[in-house]
Design a protein around this ligand. Structure first.
Ligand code: MN3
Length: 247
């Protein structure tokens, strides 16, 4: 048990070292939970949630959290590992990190794009929610949001719109670009702003991520995505978002 824990800790530290200073390094390095999602003995693993399945009630229901994590996210992890077995090592190169995979994603199989994206996006998403969440961000992130969008309410409105306008399945994001600008964007399917793809309109480091796939809300909210987004604001982990932004 201890050996395993030590191994995971070391793997996480190694990964943080490899990716330090990069966009993903900034996202992962300050985010202990996300680090635990990473390679264990050469395979990617499903991280345990940092809270119980019912902890986000009444805003996000227990059954949705259970199925979303133990079935949907697990499938992305398993299929990412399977897809990696099919990849030509010369195309991917090393190290086998999210950063390297997303950088080369245009040349890699679609299965890897969908499932590495799914694993990364969900790991980040869980870490950006907490039972003691909601309210407003503080510090530098709060200042940057006000400067960029005029007010926190205006930011919320534009972010919710990005989630509402995403046709079909996908994600809404608050991204910090290379130039240090905050931008709201969205991606289809399991694409994300770290992927080196022409179709990704805004590239940069994710600060906030919202899953707008129907599987994220259908059991509780059915077709009412707007209700789900309104509930989600109550569980946003602004502390984590602030840490990512300030790193
Ligand atoms: Mn999902």
């Amino acid at each position: 048990m201890n050996n395993r824990r030590d191994f995971i800790k070391k793997s996480a530290l190694a990964l943080a070292a490899i990716t330090a200073g990069s966009a993903i390094g900034n996202t992962l390095g300050t985010n202990g939970f996300l680090e635990s999602a990473l390679v264990d003995g050469g395979k990617y693993t499903l991280p345990a949630l940092p809270y119980a399945y019912d902890a986000l009630e009444p805003h996000i229901d227990k059954l949705t959290m259970d199925i979303h994590h133990s079935k949907h996210h697990k499938a992305y992890v398993d299929n990412m590992n399977k897809a990696l077995e099919t990849v030509d090592g010369n195309v991917l190169g090393s190290p086998q990190t999210f950063e390297n995979i997303f950088d080369k994603i245009a040349k890699l199989p679609a299965a890897l794009r969908n499932n590495a994206g799914g694993h990364y996006n969900h790991s980040l998403f869980w870490s950006l929610m907490t039972p003691n969440g909601g309210g407003e961000p503080k510090g530098k992130l709060a200042d940057a949001i006000k400067t960029t969008f005029g007010s926190f309410d205006e930011f919320k409105k534009q972010f919710a719109e990005a989630g509402m306008k995403r046709f079909g399945s996908g994600w809404a994001w608050l991204v910090e670009t290379k130039e240090g600008k905050l931008v709201i964007t969205s991606t289809p399917n399991q694409d994300n702003p770290l992927m080196n793809l022409e179709s990704v309109e805004v590239k940069g480091a994710p600060i906030l991520a919202l899953d707008v796939w129907e599987h994220a809300y259908y059991l509780k909210n059915q077709n009412k995505r707007a209700d789900y987004i309104a509930s989600w604001w109550n569980v946003v982990n602004w502390e984590t978002a602030e840490k990512i932004f300030e790193s």
